[in-house]
Structures are given as structure tokens and as C-alpha cells.
Design a protein around this ligand. Sequence first.
Ligand code: MN3
Length: 249
Amino acid sequence: MDRKQFLTRSLKATMGAMVAGPVILHANSCASPEDPGNVAETGPSGAGIGPLVFAQAPLAYAYAALEPHIDGRTMELHYTKHHAGYVRKINEAIAEEKIDASDEIDLFARIPAWSTKARNNGGGAWNHDLFWKLMGPGNTGTPSGKVLDAINASFGSFDGFKEVFTDAAMKRFGSGWAWLVEQDGKLVIGSTPNQDNPLMADAELRGKPLLGLDVWEHAYYLNYQNKRNEYVAAWWSVVNWDVVAGRLG
Ligand code: MN3
């Protein structure tokens, strides 16, 4: 088959597997036998010029499912406007700059090589995909098992951990993210500006992201106005700790 057929075929195969997860599509990845599923609905048609294509995975819950902690209107705008915009613009940047990264790890590991547009929108696309998956309705608000053990070992207690994480979220001036990362087998808390993330080669905080909190005003202003502290406090109720456990090595 020619290159266009190959791209289309492998893209559709990846899209089929995507409902459950990855935001990154590799045009050069191996085709899988899964049914393409709802490609027309979610496929980034027109993208795919470069070897790496980002797509917006469907939300696993309704916009209003996180109420009263995070309101439906904020979720809808955040997903359909902000996140969708980052995904569109990183694909533009990949095409414009002929970015040859093979996957998101490679993209972020070499991020200083490319434009601010690639950095901000690549980070925005990836960070939000993780953020949606880290939340959901019907959560207990507290971790258990190996995550709780790791938190206790690093921070003394879950309350102690929440205090340090909240402090990182509150002290991030302007827009950015608070993170819990795994760094050489240890858990570390910190934050990054803008849409930077700990996978970026020159990020202020480096490591494997386990938990991330969006502290841009667009994430909370409709419901909480300037009260970031109330948003952070409410957010614990919607964290899906099973996803954190799955990311912990
Ligand atoms: Mn955001």
C-alpha cells in the first residue's frame, strides 16, 4: 500500500484502541486488529502529515459528572475549547516544523528543539488527556494499597501529602500545573508553569507524572472565581486513585 493508505489504516486501527486511552497516535505504529470504532467522530481528519498525531480521547464521563466539585459548564468549555485547541495546534506545529518525534516521550525529551507553539500545545494536549483520566465520579477521596503506602513513606501521611501538594498548587504564580511525580523510585511534589510537564527535558520539575492538577484559572474561575484554594480542596473528591496506582511503577 502507499504511504497515504498506510497512514489512514494505522491511524484508524489506533483510533479503535483509543477509546480506552492513549492521546497519541503514531502513524508509523503497527496496525492492530481492533475494529476502528467511532473514527469519524473522533478522528483528527486532515492531521497526520507528520509521523506523530495527537487526538482528543473521548471523556469517560459526562461534563456534569464531577459536580458539585467541578461544574459541568467548566468541564465542557475546558474539554471542547481549551483542550481541543491544544490538540489542533500541536498537530499544526508538528506539520509546520516537520517535527520527527516518534512519540510523546521523544517529543518532550527534545522539546527545546522546537517552537513555543509546539511546547505549549504539545504540553496542553498531553497534560489534559492525563487530567481527564485522573478524575471521575464516585471516588472515595483517598488512596489505598500501594499508592497510600508510597505516600506514607514519602510524606508521612495522606494529610501531610495533601498539604505539600496544595502548597505547590497555591504557590504556582499565574498559570501552570501541580504534580506528583516518581523520581528515581521516590515520590516528589512540585509544579510547572504554563503547559510544561515533568517529561520535558528542561522542565522545572522532572520525573514520571503520577498525578497532575491544572491550576489555570480556566479550570476553576466560573465556579470558584479567584478562590483557587477552594478548587484544590474540592478536587480531592474526584481524583481517581486507581489511575494513579496504575501509573506507579
Ligand atoms: Mn486547562
